[in-house]
Design a protein around this ligand. Structure first.
Ligand code: CP3
Length: 358
């Protein structure tokens, strides 16, 4: 989840010389940036430095990054006519630098930690292509989806097909885990997700499964539709902080792992609050199979690097077998016994109470 970036002075140093897109296009530099967070922190995985928008250019959809506004799409699709000139991409030849960066990083890591490759999910990419950039309400996207479903479907199908190729090429280049980012899917309700989006996400998930490379399906703002997300595919469901992991688990069952979900903004707070929030995430995940501790979204640029170092240490010191400290303190989790526990879990290195206990 965007673990490299502007919160690191060494990244800002490179950015003084090169634009974001130049960083991506230079495999040696992209590999260096990928490894920057690992040089500082005892992280358990690396994610290749790239962007979900990179495959768009080869589909006939030009874009650039504005220093202030973020991604700007130069060829938006809002009608059937706009689809002219838009086609399936050939990522292997369009963006060979991504795979070269993966090969360089894989060589450098030599299996020490897994290397994650990634792609944007069809809906999140379509929302950029339709809106022209980030949006508050996704009104244009929903208008196209509802009034010209065939155009929307066609765009989604092209994006899905390109994403499949991009992900398969990343496996070939050394990615050992894949992540599909559906960052803006929370704009939709569960029914529209199931109807207009899930089939295309499923195309991507199905095409990359069964290759010994686990897929993390990340969906932000999707607390109300975790089963629908899961039904589309993924060995791991990545969640943001808007849902408690134990609550999501009740819907997901134990047949899938979860990833998440510390609010990245918590890292802007004092160390004891970071520990309190992290302990709460860990407690809500423990006792069930398969949890990857992670932030619920990308690291914010104002994050002090020391806060991340302390967080990584805290999570690693957490006893993996701690099972006797259920998450509690909120109405939906427990029958109203009125009990609160302040005791640490037996053998717990960090007796930070769960949120809601104070
Ligand atoms: O840690 C890593 O090396 C992974 C790098 C990574 C980036 N983008 C680099 C990046 C990953 C995994 C992404 C994915 C991505 N890109 C997503 C999905 C994940 C998420 O955060 O939801 C999305 C939605 C994008 C699109 C995108 N790219 C946005 C919205 C922005 C602007 C963000 C901002 O803060 O300005 C980008 C640019 C971008 N991609 C940056 C980085 C480090 C900031 C670039 C800079 O200004 O130096």
């Amino acid at each position: 989840m965007r673990q490299a970036g502007r919160y690191l002075p060494e990244y800002r140093g490179l950015r003084e010389k090169l634009s974001f897109i130049e960083l991506c296009r230079r495999p040696d530099v992209a590999a260096e940036v990928t490894l920057q967070p690992l040089a500082r922190f005892d992280l358990d995985a690396a994610i290749v430095f790239a962007d979900i928008l990179l495959p768009l250019e080869g589909m006939g959809i030009g874009f650039h990054f504005d220093e202030r506004d973020g991604p700007v799409i130069e060829h938006t699709v809002r009608s059937a006519a706009d689809l002219e000139g838009v086609h399936v991409g050939a990522p292997r030849t369009d963006i060979p630098y991504v795979y070269e960066a993966l090969r360089l990083v894989a060589r450098e890591l030599a299996g020490k930690v897994p290397l994650i490759g990634f792609a944007g999910a069809p809906f999140t990419l379509a929302s950029y292509v339709i809106e022209g950039g980030h949006s508050r309400d996704y009104a244009r996207t929903k208008t196209l989806m509802l009034t010209a479903p065939a155009v929307f479907e066609r765009l989604m199908a092209l994006l899905a097909e390109t994403a499949v190729d991009h992900l398969l090429a990343q496996i070939e280049a050394g990615a050992q885990v894949l992540q599909l980012f559906d960052s803006w899917v929370g704009a939709l309700g569960p029914r529209d997700y199931a109807r207009f989006v899930a089939p295309h996400s499923k195309t991507v998930c199905d095409a990359v499964s069964g290759r010994g490379v686990p897929l993390i399906h990340f969906a932000a703002g999707a607390a109300g539709m975790v089963s629908e997300i899961h039904a589309a595919g993924g060995d791991v469901i990545g969640l943001d902080w808007r849902v408690d992991l134990d609550r999501a688990r009740r819907e997901l069952g134990d047949g899938v792992a979860v990833q998440g979900n510390l609010d990245p903004a918590v890292l802007l707070g004092p160390p004891d609050e970071v520990e309190r929030h992290a302990a709460d995430v860990l407690r809500r995940a423990q006792g069930r199979p398969g949890h990857i501790f992670n932030l619920g979204h990308g690291v914010l640029p104002a994050t002090p690097p020391d806060a991340i170092a302390r967080l990584v240490e805290f999570v690693h010191a957490w006893p993996a077998d701690a099972r006797d400290e259920p998450a509690f303190g909120d109405a939906h989790d427990k029958p109203a016994t009125g009990l609160t526990h302040d005791k640490p879990a037996t053998g717990a290195a960090h007796p930070a109470p769960a949120i809601g206990e104070r």
